[in-house]
Structure formats: C-alpha cells, structure tokens
Design a protein. Structure first.
Length: 410
C-alpha cells in the first residue's frame, strides 16, 4: 500500500496549526484580560500599603476581589501564578508552522521567481535573519534615550513595520510577505515576554525573597513592553488570517494595506482601552476604523501593473518532474476543465475577483507548481471544487492521484 508522505505532512501541519491557535487564544485572552483589569483598577480607602488599586469582578457564579501592587507586596505569597508559557508556545508553534509550510514548501509558498530569484536556503536565511533583526532593533530602541518617549517610540515602530511590509513584498510571495510581517511582529511581542517582562519579574521576586525593596523601574519597563504588545495583537491576527484572502496579500498595494491594518489595530484597541479605563467613549474610532478598512478594500481592487515578460515564471526542476510524469496531460486537462474558471488571473466564476488563495491553474506550469495541493485538495479529498460545482468525477480524482504519486515515486 502506498504510504503517503504528503498526507502525513498535511496532518502534521494541521496538528501544529491547532496547537498554535490554542496557545494563541490563551496568550491573547490573558493579555487582553490583564490590560482591561489594569485600566479598570480603582483606588479605595482600605488598600494595603503598596497597593495601586483594586477591582471587583463577577464571573461563573462567583465574585473576585483583585488588587494590584505596582512593585510587589510586602511579603511574597506562597502561591504565585506566572503567565509565560502561553506566549512561548505560541511563538514556538508559529515558528514550527513557518518551517513546515514555508520552509519545507519554499518553492510553492515562499519563493516567487517573478519577485526575487532566490534559492531555498537564501529565502530561509532572509526569513530567519529578518525576525532576529526586528527584535534586536526594537529592543535597542526601547533601551535607548529615544525610547524614553513612548509615543515617539510607537510612531517609529509603526514606520519600521511599514518598511518591513514593503521589504517583504520585494523578496517573497504576497502570501509569505504578510505571514512574515505577522511573524516579525509576533517575535517582538514574544521577545518582550521572554527577554524583558519575565526577567524583570524574577528580579522583583528574588529581591523580595532576600528582603530587599525592588526598584520600581522593573515594573515601568515591563509596563511599556506590555503596552506595545497590546496594540500589536490585532494586526498580528489579521496577518495570520490573511493567507485565506488573496485580496489582501496578492494585490499591487498589499504593503499599504498592511500599514492600514496596523492603524486599525491602534484605533480598535484605543476604543477598548478608553472604555476599560472609564476615561471616555471614543466612538470616533469606529468611523476611523471603517474608513481605513474601506480604503484597504479599495486598494485591493486597483489593477496590478506588470508586463507579460515579468510574469513569465521560470519552470523549476520540481515542476518539470511533475510535467514529465506519466498521466500529466490528462491531469492537466482535468484541472483546466474543472478548476481554471475560478483559479485564473481573471476568474469567470460569478462573484470572484481574484483566484482563491491567489492560486492560478491556467497553464501547465501553473498546474505543475501546484501539484501537491491539487493532489490533496482534489485527489485525496473532495475539498475542491467546492461542493463539486464542476462535477469532477471519481475517475478524474483517481487520475490526479495516480499522476502525483507516479511523479513523486520516480
């Protein structure tokens, strides 16, 4: 019996993606909760020494009385809950996804020869190097005199992210560019937890154990990094979801769309931060967010300026292997007949403006480059065509399976 490596790899991808979503929910949930809690704290006459504020909350049929100490309580409690693994495992599982999908499938998902003629190792090196570069630059800025003004620092960070958005679109596929921008931002966020927030908290705990009074600077630094994470969370979520929406990543001004998304992250979080802090109800942020979103949608419809020569993709050795395999001609005719009405530069299926996920299946080269996905989506499973709208037969699906398995076994 044929033991299918592609199927196992796809299930591995699914498992790691599931882990990533689970831990991401845990991290984002706790982050949003503590931001809301921190902003909602109130003064009270009976607060103990060193307490900054308190809040009463009700949930799950019970009442919770919460107090916050800016530095630490006078005595270390016997039980202390640390919030760290949510962040660590979210980043680690996200990087694993990056390796499984984009590094292992570099020819398909990471590299676009029309954008930059990179080898696999060059593309991976740029990917890993850019993530490390982002953290180092950001961290040094935060620690510098420039970073003492948090508003100035955040404005500079926004422009840095815009530059990275443009830069990624110059070396990777549009889909990979958006994913990397999300990973770039998430690396900064998780780095804040691992390198700054947790070490500072450990220093405070150790000082208390040794009978020393912790310095308030550790709490101040951690607060700055936590604030940055608060405003970066929603754009990261958008970037991670964007791979399902080619109108976001596969259009001419995708990097400007990314910049607008970061601004929307600020307006949305500003509204919630103000309401949690009870400092007002800035409903103007709703209109601002809507305008930014409409602008992003409009930019996605602007025609892409390119010439035919630039769009003539080079056929890789891997693609040629699938084109030379027995059964390719019949498989290509099947795909063109059943799939190309949607997966085309100008889809003819009503309601489609761009091909789903940016995948085009018009030429034999297109089909060879997408062999693995065709095999999994239309051969091994019946995911495509959606609802079998084009009446692909079981014998045609078997033809696709046989073609792919013949190619990879040679």
């Amino acid at each position: 019996m044929y033991y299918d490596y592609a199927v196992m790899w796809d299930w591995l991808s699914f498992a790691v993606r599931w882990l990533h979503v689970i831990t991401g929910i845990a991290w984002i949930g706790s982050s949003f909760y503590f931001i809301a809690l921190d902003l909602g704290l109130r003064k009270a006459d009976d607060l103990p020494e060193g307490a900054h504020g308190e809040e009463w909350q009700v949930h799950g049929g019970g009442f919770y009385h919460i107090r916050k100490f800016l530095v630490a309580p006078s005595a270390m409690p016997d039980h202390l809950t640390w919030f760290k693994w949510e962040s660590y495992v979210t980043w680690l599982s996200g990087f694993a996804m990056l390796a499984i999908v984009y590094y292992a499938g570099a020819d398909l998902f990471l590299i676009d020869k029309r954008v930059a003629d990179l080898s696999t190792w060059q593309a991976i090196a740029i990917s890993v190097g850019s993530l490390a570069f982002g953290w180092v630059i950001y961290d040094q800025l935060c620690k510098s005199k420039f970073g003492e003004d948090n508003t100035r620092l955040m404005i500079f960070l926004f422009f840095l992210l815009v530059v990275m958005a443009w830069g990624y679109t110059q070396v990777f596929t549009g889909r990979a560019a958006f994913l990397h921008l999300g990973a770039f931002t998430a690396t900064i966020m998780s780095g804040n937890v691992f390198f700054i927030i947790m070490p500072n908290q450990r220093i405070v705990v150790e000082d208390l154990k040794e009978g020393r009074t912790p310095h308030e600077k550790y709490g101040k630094i951690a607060k700055q990094r936590s604030t940055h994470n608060n405003y970066l969370t929603l754009p990261v979520l958008f970037m991670m979801l964007s791979n399902h929406y080619p109108l976001a990543f596969a259009t001419e001004y995708n990097w400007i769309i990314a910049a607008l998304v970061f601004l929307m992250g600020v307006t949305i979080r500003h509204y919630f931060n103000c309401t949690h802090a009870r400092t007002g109800n800035p409903t103007w942020t709703w209109l601002a967010t809507a305008i930014l979103f409409v602008l992003a949608a409009w930019l996605s419809t602007v025609p892409k300026f390119s010439d035919g020569e630039a769009n003539a993709a080079a056929t890789s050795v891997r693609q040629q292997q699938f084109m030379d395999a027995k059964g390719f001609q019949q498989a290509a005719e099947t795909v063109q007949g059943r799939c190309s009405m949607c997966h085309a530069a100008e889809p003819v299926w009503e309601g489609l403006i761009v091909p789903p996920k940016g995948v085009m299946l018009e030429t034999q080269t297109d089909i060879a480059s997408q062999a693995r996905e065709i095999y999994l989506q239309a051969g091994r499973s019946h995911a495509m065509p959606p609802g079998n709208l084009t009446d692909m037969t079981n014998s045609e699906r078997q033809l696709l399976v046989k073609w792919y398995e013949t190619a990879v076994s040679n």
